[in-house]
Design a protein around this ligand. Structure first.
Ligand code: APR
Length: 167
């Protein structure tokens, strides 16, 4: 069965789901944006847990505990930097979503919250990014029951609402 998909405004660090996804960088270092907010809210143990993993690659995802977060797990997914769209960006963004759900299922999560990966500092245009997020999560692994797209602003929520309304 496909996961139930929903979008809402909010701060992903507050989400009481099994796993939240971090819009990470390949070094798994604390950045700004949603990544900085997650590192700040999870507490100092997250830095060591990420360092122990030794980094990851664009399109991939890895899990750590959520530490001080309400969520039990953090799935660190690396989306592509937007370079105009002809450098594999759509495939890499789809891979970041697909691998996030697979990794979440591997750790036993059934509910997962995503930020709008790559649409901030990495510059991916919002509408195509949300279309990819929705299409990829609709085809998610059967273990995942709920996917929530947590939007930090109205513009992002409107883009997800539009993508979710597509058949
Ligand atoms: N909850 C939910 N969404 C948030 C939050 C939050 N607390 N804070 C920011 N966002 C939103 C942004 O508004 C944007 O819509 O997350 C989306 C992704 O933006 P970025 O955090 O800039 O992520 P990304 O574009 O993938 O860039 C990743 O930024 O922070 C660094 O380490 C990170 O180098 C990596 C890069």
């Amino acid at each position: 069965m496909s996961p139930r998909l929903e979008a809402s405004l909010g701060d992903i660090t507050m989400e009481a789901v099994d796993a939240i996804v971090n819009a990470a960088n390949p070094d798994l270092a604390s950045g700004s944006g949603v990544c900085g907010a997650i590192f700040a809210a999870a507490g100092p143990e997250l830095v060591g847990a990420c360092a122990a993993l030794g980094g990851t690659s664009t399109g991939a995802a890895v899990a750590t505990p959520g530490f001080a977060l309400p969520a039990r797990w953090i799935v660190h997914a690396v989306g592509p930097v937007w370079h105009g769209g002809n450098h594999g960006e759509p495939e890499l963004l789809a891979s970041a979503y697909r691998r996030s759900l697979e990794v979440a299922a591997e750790v036993g999560a059934v509910s997962v919250a995503f930020p709008a990966i790559s649409t901030g500092i990495y510059g991916y245009p919002l509408e195509p990014a949300t279309a990819i997020a929705v299409a990829t999560c609709r085809a998610g692994p059967p273990e995942i029951e709920l996917v929530r797209f947590v939007c930090f602003d109205d513009r992002t929520l409107a883009a997800y609402d539009g993508a979710l309304a597509e058949p």
